[in-house]
Write a protein that binds this ligand. Sequence first.
Ligand code: CA
Length: 227
Amino acid sequence: MSKILIVEDEKELATILGAYLSVEGFETIIANDGEAGLTEFANSDISMALLDIMLPKVDGIEVCKKIRETSDIPVIMISAKDGEMDKVVALGIGADDYVTKPFSPLELVARVKAQLRRYQGLQGHKKAEGELVAGRLRMNKSSYTAWVDQEKLILTTKEFELLYFLASSIDQVFSKTQIYEGVWGYTGICDDNSITVYIKRLREKLGQFGLEYIKTVWGAGYKLSVS
Ligand code: CA
């Protein structure tokens, strides 16, 4: 069962979030300040963390940074005002998503599920030694190398991550937003145009091998298809 750490000093809000997540079958651990949150993180097998930014003792940004020193679990930041998020993004603290108060608990639950799905998807591939095969394309996530047949496909880190993301779910259509969240999270600077540019470059590189695996699904997004 996925164990979710909620670090939030507004006790009522923490309890409400805990209740919503429990209904969905998640186990929750609530900590009311940053220090307690880090202790729980160290002592429990946490699958994901929800971090309020303004916290007593250690703030949410510091908690996130500490978690990132040892773990790549999904982290969603909770902020009291819009401006705080600029800081999260600017500092590149490695959070995966964020919500601004007031938010609907159901929306947060949806985001929690999306992050866990994405993360567990990546974990599943990691377990298979990070190796993925899609038609003539082969990718190894642990070494960030890709091949077409026996030839090496030279990719930048982000090109690799984008192609790996698409190739992890063959024939699944991803919107630009999903691609953005799955590949860049909220930690990198990226927009619609960048995704278009990355897709174009990947197509060119695959095209050198005669592969047209990346398909545009008009009005919906992109998918990787080997047929
Ligand atoms: Ca707070």
